[in-house]
Design a protein around this ligand. Structure first.
Ligand code: HEC
Length: 234
């Protein structure tokens, strides 16, 4: 009954079924593949963490060349010494031109940083009567009438970067942009203060400062009122 053709087709079918059973698909691994030209499937490029015989250290991923700056990073070739602070004052330029709208925004942002990072010691108005200073920490000089008034912008930037004596470094908390904003905020504080012939704590401001310090014994309210004022300006 079975013609030769049917017999042949039956053999093919049985063979195909057998193959299907033998070559059971394992979904946990890549299937069998026939790759004639390999180049689109497997890239000839080394992947970042693969060993690489072309480099002396045998790695694909190479360290950046010494001195490389990430995008947005700024060079700061100064040591943590008073001499270099003065040199920074002579060599670093304030990135915000005077009277520019950018500077105005920088001052506003600097005011916000100041209330968070600096007011605890320097006081909300920069007079040096922050709550920390009222509890035994060496009181900082006034930032409005003190020596910093005569410092160049870059020197203040250096102080914010490395600290100065008992003032800590802020390099971990404030990026260079934040530090320049603070420099400009301090400048605006100083510009707003009445000019005094020889800057020092003995002028009228200093007297006011000690007056408020002894009157308002809870220190927080003394420092806080300046905060909403600073944010309102935005
Ligand atoms: C832990 C308390 C503390 C904090 C916080 C602090 N300072 Fe100071 N700062 C000081 C002290 C103390 C001095 C005086 C250091 C010295 O004896 O030279 C000082 C000095 C300075 C000076 C130099 C003033 C001068 O006349 O020599 C500047 C400018 C200054 N601080 C800015 C800032 C700014 C801006 C911030 C916020 C980012 C800040 N400080 C945060 C304690 C602090």
């Amino acid at each position: 009954m079975l013609s030769r053709l049917n017999l042949f087709l039956l053999t093919v079918l049985v063979f195909a079924l057998l193959l299907l059973l033998l070559l059971r698909v394992d979904h946990s691994r890549p299937n069998y593949q026939v790759i004639l030209a390999n180049d689109m499937t497997y890239s000839p490029a080394y992947s970042a963490y693969a060993p690489n015989p072309n480099f002396a250290d045998g790695r694909t991923f190479q360290r950046p060349v010494p001195g490389t700056l990430a995008r947005g990073e700024q060079r700061f070739d100064f040591a943590a010494t008073p001499q270099d602070a003065v040199r920074a004052g002579n060599e670093l330029a304030n990135p915000y031109p005077a009277n520019s709208p950018e500077r105005k925004t920088a001052v506003e942002r600097g005011a916000a940083h100041f209330q968070v990072m600096c007011a605890p010691c320097h006081g909300g108005d920069g007079q040096g009567n922050g709550p920390v200073a009222k509890r035994g920490f060496p009181p900082p000089p006034s930032l409005v009438t003190g020596k910093s008034r005569d410092m160049k912008d870059g020197q203040i930037f250096h102080i914010l970067t490395y600290g100065q004596n008992s003032m800590p470094s802020f390099v971990g908390q404030l990026n260079p942009g934040h530090r320049w904003e603070l420099v400009n905020y301090l400048r605006s504080l100083q510009e707003a203060a009445p000019a005094s012939p020889s800057a020092g704590p003995s002028d009228g401001q200093g007297g006011d400062k000690t007056g408020t310090a002894s009157e308002a014994s809870p220190p927080a309210p003394a420092a806080l009122p300046a905060q909403p004022a600073a944010t309102e300006k935005k």
